[in-house]
Design a protein around this ligand. Structure first.
Ligand code: IMP
Ligand code: MG
Length: 180
């Protein structure tokens, strides 16, 4: 598998260190909140980030999961996201934090933000591990961002290409001959 990676972009140590820092930032932002918070994580890319992040959050919290698929099969271009298992999510009057792997064009987050807003949360914020600056239109923003990266297709630490490479412990650049 590692021979498919052209370059490590963010090492395992750097990821964990920054995720811990983000945990402190988020814990601070919700510190005055006796009811804790509700995390809505976007599957499948957020799984590793979610698992690491919540262990740095000491307050009461719930985790709900939604599925958004935007890259069917062997493509690195989004074809427009679809939200598929939203019905069980209950965020009314809750302080909600959306957790996703990456803010790229912003269409995933704008979809999730719009759906959640309709359900009447008390507050709604967003945390992403990665962001490709300048790609998302202004108005689609994340309150907590782990790293800004170049506009390149990356995999690992939850991010996939055609369903694979999520288990890499680092974020790396896929060799370009491996994708279309
Ligand atoms: P957006 O809707 O264009 O912002 O894309 C967000 C979703 O696309 C993320 O949740 C990822 O699942 C996926 N994505 C965007 N860029 C990458 C990448 O570089 N590698 C892997 N997945 C990506
Ligand atoms: Mg995703």
């Amino acid at each position: 598998m590692n021979q498919d990676i052209a370059r490590v972009i963010i090492s395992e140590e750097t990821l964990l260190h920054r995720v811990q820092e983000m945990g402190h930032e988020i814990a601070h932002a919700y510190a005055d909140n006796p009811d804790g918070m509700t995390i809505v994580a976007v599957l499948s890319g957020a799984i590793i980030f979610l698992a690491d992040l919540i262990r740095f959050l000491p307050m009461k919290l719930r985790v709900d999961l939604v599925t958004v698929s935007s890259y069917p099969g062997k493509t690195t271009r989004s074809v427009g996201p679809k939200l598929t298992n939203y019905s069980a999510v209950n965020v009314r009057d809750r302080d909600v934090l959306i957790v996703d792997d990456i803010l790229d064009t912003g269409s995933t987050l704008s979809l999730v933000q719009a759906e959640l807003t309709r359900s009447g949360p008390r507050s709604l914020r967003t945390a992403v591990l990665l962001r490709k600056p300048g790609k998302a239109p202004s108005g689609i923003e994340a309150n907590f961002v782990g790293f800004d990266i170049e506009d390149e297709f990356v995999v690992g630490y939850g991010l996939d290409y055609d369903g694979m490479y999520r288990n890499l412990p680092y974020v790396g650049l896929l060799r370009s001959h491996l994708y279309e």
